[in-house]
Design a protein around this ligand. Structure first.
Ligand code: SF4
Length: 250
């Protein structure tokens, strides 16, 4: 049972997010939203499609997601009539594995680059505004997340990257989903607090860190929230520290 404090806080925060989305979306046709189909992204998708049912909802279809994630994505997309855009890497999983083996084991940064970063940056370059479900509480790498910031893509184009849920807690997200009758990805019931590709997602190694089950502790971000220019200047610092001028990966 949510406390009265959470109930009234979420109501105020929902009003604020709706206002942010209204300001970002209305009168524009160059706005997209990325969605990993984790709770915060689905909450944002719900609020965004209330304003514009045609907003492109970008999903990084790496080919490595859990069966449950694909089934849930398809169910939500059908029920809400989402304008779902599945972003595919250049190579299928079979082609990549035939050429390079299991990159998610041998070189996860390279695997994420091929299957997430490159397809996403290419797609986002078509837009002027990128809405994400990133939250500061998700990880230490996101603690300084701005709610709005310019993000420079490879090639120099800048998009406005928004994180309207930046200040939300996990409890608030879950309470809002409950209030809006949003069904959640069933994998949460199996104890996964953060869900990405199946080979790189386990139950958390540290109960206090929801992302500690991602990549077996070998890394903490896939790279889609790190500006390429900053990344090339000092990859280690940016991988550990920062950056999201911005969104919810995954
Ligand atoms: S999360 Fe794992 S499987 Fe998915 S793209 Fe990154 S390294 Fe590859």
């Amino acid at each position: 049972m949510a406390t009265v404090e959470i109930q009234s806080g979420v109501k105020t925060k929902l009003d604020g997010v709706r206002e942010t989305l209204r300001g970002a979306m209305l009168g524009r046709n160059d706005v997209c939203l990325t969605c990993s189909f984790q709770a915060e992204d689905v909450l944002l998708a719900k609020l965004a499609v209330e304003l514009d049912a045609s907003i492109p909802v970008l999903f990084l279809d790496t080919g490595y997601h859990f069966r449950e994630t694909y089934a849930y994505r398809d169910r939500i997309a059908a029920d809400w009539r989402l304008n779902l855009v599945n972003l595919l890497p250049e190579k299928t999983v079979a082609e990549q594995e035939a050429e390079h083996g299991l990159l998610h084991q041998s070189a996860p940064d390279r695997c994420c680059k091929l299957r997430k970063v490159e397809p996403l940056f290419k797609a986002v370059a078509e837009y002027g505004v990128w809405i994400t479900g990133l939250r500061r509480e998700q990880a230490s790498t996101r603690a300084a997340l701005d709610e709005a910031a310019l993000f420079t893509l490879p090639g120099g184009k800048q998009v406005l990257k928004l994180a309207p849920l930046a200040a939300w807690t996990t409890r608030e997200v879950w309470y809002a989903c409950e209030q809006l009758e949003i069904p959640l990805l069933p994998l949460y019931e199996r104890g996964y607090p953060s869900i990405g590709c199946e080979p790189c997602t386990t139950l958390p190694l540290d109960a206090s860190d929801p992302r500690s089950g991602r990549w077996g502790g070998r890394k903490v971000e896939c790279g889609i929230h790190i500006e390429p220019a900053a990344s090339s200047q000092n990859p280690r610092e940016n991988a550990q520290g920062a950056s999201c001028a911005t969104a919810s990966d995954s």
